[in-house]
Design a protein around this ligand. Structure first.
Ligand SMILES: *Cc1c(COP(=O)(O)O)cnc(C)c1O
Length: 463
């Protein structure tokens, strides 16, 4: 028996069960383990007869659900893992229900692209960025870095009188950066620019990860006025350091370069008057990458690229979906498929639109301020306990620390993560083994800090 028709008739019951399960999951997410053993047998054959959705749900619940970790819960502090706001979940469900392929906004009934364009406007407003950026949604900051750097590649080709998109990359393309995220380096590999070809700029003295502008200038002198690509950071992952965007902008008078900012999560500093000084001057960049599945707290996969409108022709030359030489205004017959890597895409903007509309600027200011306060509180605990050592000042929402006895870090972290009460990630910073705790979840509260610090003190006695 084929279950498809039956499932269609009982869709309401199916969705009600899923809804109830989801509500129960989220209600108890603070009790769910943040880690677990995943010894699950993998099926290798597809049955001839299907199970139907209700029995498939049962199987999911038997085999996989019990070992799902609370990665969107309040004590998942590993990597930079955002949660999901109620509005974002609602928007995400509707993206699935309406199942649009978001491409064109030419008035042919495809309103989904208009929703995406509107969401970009809302984000620019949230970040206090000017409206001269064109933006769109991709799966994550990796793809956003890729998209922005692909346009940068086309720009620099033009500086050398070449059309890299059509002809392929040739010659050496200077790319400079101080502390690029691994995904920016991966993007250089994917773009044929070469992951080992970038020129490392020194970081500032004094426990910093930000670019030393003097050293940058020294390296630029060696380029003899050649154009280059600069990848700068609005929030490094280890210590959330920010490059000096005003100083970088001043270099524009003297040098010709494409300026990209990886602001995957640090860009949210712009949401708070307390921290927006960290991104001062970022509006002058050519392109910016921002993740939405981190601090915007929408479900995976969601990020935006922002590229200055003046580069639209370069962007379309890079991503146009046919080999026809592009003529005229890229915004006439606008279609996202000519501006980014994918052709068919889900309506990724809808969860972001829902959460932005629901909580507004003040909602995000509160989330950012709240997370930073908790990071500072946690750092305070680290500082006052002599068994721990803070590896870097807390500039925003991440605490990078070690143990006074560095050789115990791995054992400590393993024991801590095994409790299932919290999840943090190992790192290596300033020649030391360390641990990172990143705060980007709207659910995280004071009591979570208390739970975690109590566990940490207990584990110290077990080492
Ligand atoms: C997370 C992150 C990325 C990569 O983003 P994905 O969403 O994982 O693709 C890039 N840059 C920075 C600074 C990040 O924090």
């Amino acid at each position: 028996m084929n279950h498809l028709n039956n499932d269609n008739q009982t869709l309401e019951q199916i969705l009600n069960e899923v809804k109830q399960q989801g509500v129960t999951y989220l209600k108890h997410i603070h009790e769910r383990s943040t880690s677990g053993k995943t010894e699950v047998q993998i099926n290798t054959d597809l049955a001839i007869q299907g199970l139907g959705t209700i029995d498939t749900l049962k199987q999911f619940n038997e085999r996989f659900e019990p070992v799902m970790v609370a990665s969107s819960g309040p004590r998942y502090w590993g990597f930079v893992t955002g949660g999901t706001t109620p509005a974002a979940i609602a928007g995400d469900w509707l993206s699935t229900i309406y199942d649009q392929s978001t491409q064109s906004a030419n008035g042919n009934g495809d309103v989904s692209a208009l929703i995406e364009l509107e969401t970009i406007q809302l984000l620019l407003s949230l970040f206090n960025l000017p409206k001269n950026f064109l933006g769109g949604f991709v799966t994550g900051a990796t793809l956003s870095n890729f998209t922005c750097l692909a346009v940068a590649r086309q720009w620099i080709g033009k500086q050398f009188g070449k059309d890299f998109a059509r002809e392929g990359v040739s010659g050496n393309v200077p790319v400079l950066s101080a502390t690029p995220h691994s995904s920016a380096i991966k993007s250089l590999a994917m773009l044929g620019l070469g992951s080992s070809n970038f020129i490392q700029v020194n970081v500032l003295q004094g426990n910093r990860e930000a670019l030393d502008v003097d050293d940058l200038e020294l390296k630029l002198k060696a380029l003899n006025g050649e154009p280059f690509i600069l990848i700068s950071s609005a929030g490094t992952v280890n210590t959330v350091d920010f490059d000096d965007f005003e100083a970088i902008n001043k270099l524009r008078d003297k040098y010709s370069f494409w300026w990209h900012i990886d602001a995957a999560f640090g860009g949210f500093a712009a949401c708070s008057p307390k921290y927006n000084h960290l991104v001062k001057g970022w509006e002058n960049a050519d392109s910016i990458a921002i993740d939405c599945h981190k601090w915007l707290n929408v479900p995976y996969e969601s990020a935006v690229f922002l590229v200055k409108e003046q580069h639209q022709v370069l962007q379309v030359e890079t991503f146009q979906n046919s080999n026809a030489a592009y003529l005229g205004n890229p915004m006439e017959n606008f279609s996202y498929l000519n501006f980014l890597p994918e052709n068919s895409r889900r309506l990724k903007a809808l969860p972001a639109w829902f959460t932005l509309m629901s909580y507004g600027k003040s909602g995000y200011e509160e989330i950012v301020n709240g997370n930073v306060e908790l990071a500072q509180l946690f750092a305070g605990f680290i500082k006052t306990n002599s068994s721990f050592e803070l590896l870097a000042p807390v500039r925003l929402n991440t605490v990078c620390f070690s143990l006074a006895e560095e050789n115990l870090v791995a054992d400590f972290l393993n024991k801590l993560n095994t409790t299932g009460k919290v999840f943090m990630t190992p790192t290596f910073y300033n020649g030391k083994k360390g641990i990172r705790a990143a705060f980007v979840n709207w659910r995280t509260a004071l009591k979570d800090i208390e739970v975690v610090t109590a566990e940490m003190l207990r584990i110290l006695t077990e080492l």
